[in-house]
Write a protein that binds this ligand. Sequence first.
Ligand code: SF4
Ligand code: SF4
Length: 405
Amino acid sequence: MSTTKRPMMEEMMNGRWPSFVHEFEKNATIEGKEEISNVMLDVLEESYEIKKPLWKHGGIVGVRGYGGGVVGRYSLKPEKYPIVTEFHTMRINQPSGFFYTSDDIRTLSDIWEKHGSGMTNMHGATGDVVFLGTTTEELQPAFNDLSEHGWDLGGSGSDLRTPSCCVGPGRCEDACIDTLDFTNNVTHHYQMELHRPMWPYKSKIKVSGCPNDCVSATARSDIAVIGTWRDDIQIDQKEVAAYADAGLPIKAIISRCPTKCISFDEDKKELTVDNENCTRCMHCINAMPKALHIGKDKGCSILLGGKATIVQSAFIGWVVVPFMKLDKENDYENFKEFVESVWDWWDEHAKTRERLGELIYRLGMNSMLKAIDLKPMPQMVRFPRENPYIYWSEEDLNDESEVAE
Ligand code: SF4
Ligand code: SF4
C-alpha cells in the first residue's frame, strides 16, 4: 500500500457510508492492480485540491462495428501519471432490474481484472455496469471476452442509451407492468439505435413498474414508461378495519391524498375512493399495502422530455400518453410505433445536442402532437412541477404532525 498522504481521500473514508476510497484500497491488494489503484487516488487527491478534473473526455475509441459503448478518456497529466494516460470507460448493458447470479459477477470481475483497472461502477447513472479505466489496445480483447460470455456493450454518445428499469414484478406485488420483460424486449429490438449513434443527441428510456417511480424515470429519461391502472383501486375492507384496530393513523394518511379523493368512515371502519379523481399517486397503497391494491386494468403512462440540467435547466417529463396497454402478445408494438414517431420528429427538428424535452420546449407541445398524430388531452400538463428536485423548508423538516411510517 502506498504511503503517500492523501488527506482528502482519508476524509472521504469517514462517516457511516460506504466509501469508494475503501474500494480503491481493496483493489490495490489484487496482484498487478496496486499501482493503478494508488495512482487513481493520487489523481483524485490532486483533482480535489485544484477543484478541476484531470481528465479529458472524447476521442474516437471503440470496438469493431460499434459506435457507442466506450467513452474515451485521457489524462491531462500523462507525464506525471503515465499509467493512466489512457483510461477509457466501457459501458456494459446491465440485466433488466439488475438481477445477477454470483457467476455473472465473477465473470465480469475476471474480465475486467484481465483487461482493465479492475475497478467498476455498479451502476452508472444510465444503468450500465461501468468498467473504469483501460487502454485503447485492451478494448477489443475485453469486448471479445464479454461477447463470448453473452454480455454486450450499452449505449453512449448520441444514441439510445441502455434502457433501464426497476425490479417490478420481481419483487413488487403492485407492479402494474412487467418492467423486466418489457425492458429486455425493447433493448433487443433497438440494437441498431443502441450501438450506432445516429441522432442529434442521447435518448433515454427508463421504466418503472408503478407510480412510485423507483428509477426516477420521470426526472431522468426522455421517455419515461410508468406502470399505472385505469379502473378502481381494490379495497379489502377487512384489512382496513384491522389497520384501524391496530391503531394505524388512517385519517392522517388519507389527509395526504393529493386530490382528497379518499375518505374514511370511522364508525364503519371503511375506506371509499372516488376513483374518477384519483391520480394514481400510490400514497395510500404504500401506506396500507394489505388493504389497498392497484386496479386490475393495468398498463402504463408515457411521459416525454425529462432530463437533468445541461443546455436547458432540469425538466421533469410531460404526460403525453395517460394510458397505454403494454401487450406482450403483440410484442409491445403499440409502444414501439409511438416511440418511433417521437424519435422521427425529434431527429428531424432537433439541433445538435438538443434533448427531446428541449425541443418540445422550443417548438411547443402542439408541434410534436401534430407530428405524432395525438390529440391534446387535459393530462398533458406542462408544469406539474417544473423542476424534479424538491427543496424542503426548515418548517417542513420540523413538521411532527402524524405521518404513517
Ligand atoms: Fe416496485 Fe413500483 Fe418501485 Fe418498481 S416503481 S420497484 S414496481 S414500487
Ligand atoms: Fe389519493 Fe393517491 Fe390514493 Fe389515489 S392513489 S386515492 S390520489 S392517495
